[in-house]
Design a protein around this ligand. Structure first.
Ligand code: ZN
Length: 184
């Protein structure tokens, strides 16, 4: 059990394409310890998702855990801890919606990003079982954000209007999340 340092934008690992995990390695002591460390690190940081490259482990692994209730993203659904290994994403509906995203590797900032809101993810779970889930809305956004880390992408790459990037304090202070006015 260990909380790792979360590396920040500028660290080259965040810009690499992460390596595929050998399914035979899943369930090993080393694998289980990595997942536990990722959970500990996510909990300590108070985040809702973490990709292995964010703790400088360039492997195709990400975890998502939405506790539900009111948080810094407003009211969010409850999703139990989900481990994605070697995930592949398919967009089921291109209709996109915007969200002010944040990232533990880009601390203190929020940026407005539009993403498709209906996706499917095919992946291996922490027992090496093949899984497939459909996700919509906020969960679809969160999953795409995390899986982008495995491709060396950060949400800031997807901000179309750089005026829609702000420090968190000012984001709250000036109510930037209050609807379409943010685009004016
Ligand atoms: Zn992130």
């Amino acid at each position: 059990m260990a909380v790792h340092e979360i590396i920040r934008m500028g660290h080259p690992t965040l810009r690499q394409v992460a390596r595929q995990v050998d399914p035979a390695w899943i369930g090993s002591h080393e694998f289980d310890a990595l997942i536990e460390d990722m959970q500990d690190t996510l909990n300590a940081a108070g985040g809702i998702g973490l990709a292995a490259p964010q703790i400088n482990v360039p492997l195709q692994i990400a975890i998502v855990h939405l506790p539900g209730g009111e948080g810094r993203y407003g009211e969010i659904p409850q999703v139990p801890l989900t481990v994605f290994v070697n995930p592949e994403i398919s967009v089921l509906d291109k209709a996109a919606a915007g969200c002010w995203e944040g990232c533990l590797s880009v601390p203190g900032l929020r940026g407005y990003v539009e993403r498709p809101q209906h996706i499917r993810v095919d992946y291996l779970d922490e027992h090496a079982h093949e899984r497939s889930i459909e996700a919509q809305g906020f969960l679809a956004t969160v999953i795409q954000h995390e899986l982008d880390h495995l491709a060396g992408r950060l949400y800031v790459d997807l901000i179309e209007d750089s005026r829609l990037l702000a420090y968190e304090r000012e984001f709250v202070q000036f109510g930037l999340d209050e609807g379409p006015g943010t685009r004016d």
